[in-house]
Design a protein around this ligand. Structure first.
Ligand SMILES: [Zn+2]
Length: 317
């Protein structure tokens, strides 16, 4: 009898005891875990922790060195500098900023201090010259990882290119860096691996309702994505949200053009900003935020002021 009572008890306690024993180990592992997803031989997608504002990263292994796509925030850059050897012992020689936004580029100095060279399409520096140091100072006021650098301006990428594609190539791999036009920002850079058919998009295409339109050229953005679709990628690695395939490019493009066309049609019919509405298709829903009012306001400004949203004086909100 005793046995029949104690045995289930013991069975039910065992998992808890096991978890208690495991807890400190799990926490320790969490702090230095990269969560890397292997996309191809020597190419890893590292999802960023959105609760900390981090963007995604991509690590590309060359014959003798590594390329990292996006500097990220300083906090994540520090984690990657510390842990990237878990993927490959080769040194990070190049870090590519897909664009000037803080969650993609503010970690630049962490990488240069670690011996890497940061680089970008020249439009990234144009964007930083336009918006900094105001954004840096505002971000330092609210984020410890930026404040801890004790800088008064955003470090620019050290090298820039003007003509696309800029190419890094060796005996094992070719990596192309492209500017395809003004979309999310004036400086959106794409990374294309022709052999593996992998495209890294930064925030020109994200997976989910995560995009910001303040610095954009909303009318031009879908055309940029249509150009990106001409690469016919197998894998699309976005700046935010899960990795996927070409449906990320198509979905982001369709939502933006549906948004633009809906606002344009209503403006043409004399509607004011507060009267705007939009019926979403099933495909739009992955990209449309629950509250469309900010997207409406920015698109409405672009259309009624006859210039790209990013050219209209604005502050990042
Ligand atoms: Zn961005």
């Amino acid at each position: 009898m005793n046995c029949s009572i104690r045995s289930p008890l013991r069975r039910s306690l065992l998992p808890f005891l096991f978890l208690l024993l495991l807890a400190p180990l799990t926490n320790a592992a969490d702090t230095d875990r990269l969560d890397a997803l292997r996309i191809a031989d020597g190419v890893w997608f590292l999802p960023g922790d959105s609760s900390k504002g981090y963007c995604n990263n991509v690590v590309i292994e060359m014959k003798d060195y590594l390329i990292v796509v996006d500097a990220n925030y300083p906090g994540r850059a520090r984690e990657l500098v510390r842990d990237i050897h878990r993927l490959s012992p080769k040194p990070v020689l190049f870090v590519f900023d897909t664009h000037a936004h803080r969650d993609h580029a503010y970690g630049n100095i962490i990488w240069t201090n670690a011996g890497a060279t940061t680089f970008a399409y020249e439009g990234v520096v144009d964007e930083m010259n336009r918006y900094e140091p105001q954004r840096w100072l505002a971000t330092a006021a609210e984020r410890e990882d930026v404040r801890s650098l004790q800088l008064t301006d955003a470090p620019r990428p050290e090298l820039t290119f003007r003509t696309s594609p800029f190419i890094l190539k060796d005996g094992t791999r070719e990596v192309q860096f492209w500017f395809l036009g003004w979309a999310h920002t004036r400086g959106d850079g794409f990374v294309w691996l022709p052999k593996e058919r992998i495209l890294c998009t930064g925030d020109a295409a994200v997976n989910g309702p995560r995009n910001k339109l303040w610095d954009a050229n909303i009318a031009n953005w879908p055309q940029v994505l249509a150009r990106a679709e001409q690469f016919h990628p197998l894998h699309v690695l976005p700046g935010h949200g899960d990795a996927g395939g070409p449906e990320i490019l198509e979905g982001q493009r369709t939502f933006l053009s549906d948004l633009y066309n809906a606002v344009k049609a209503q403006v043409d019919n004399g509607r004011t900003l507060s009267q705007l509405s939009m019926s979403l298709t099933d495909r739009d829903r992955n990209w449309a935020p629950r509250d469309l009012s900010t997207d409406f306001a920015i698109t409405y400004s672009e259309i009624t002021q006859h210039q790209p949203a990013g050219d209209i004086p604005h502050v990042w909100k």
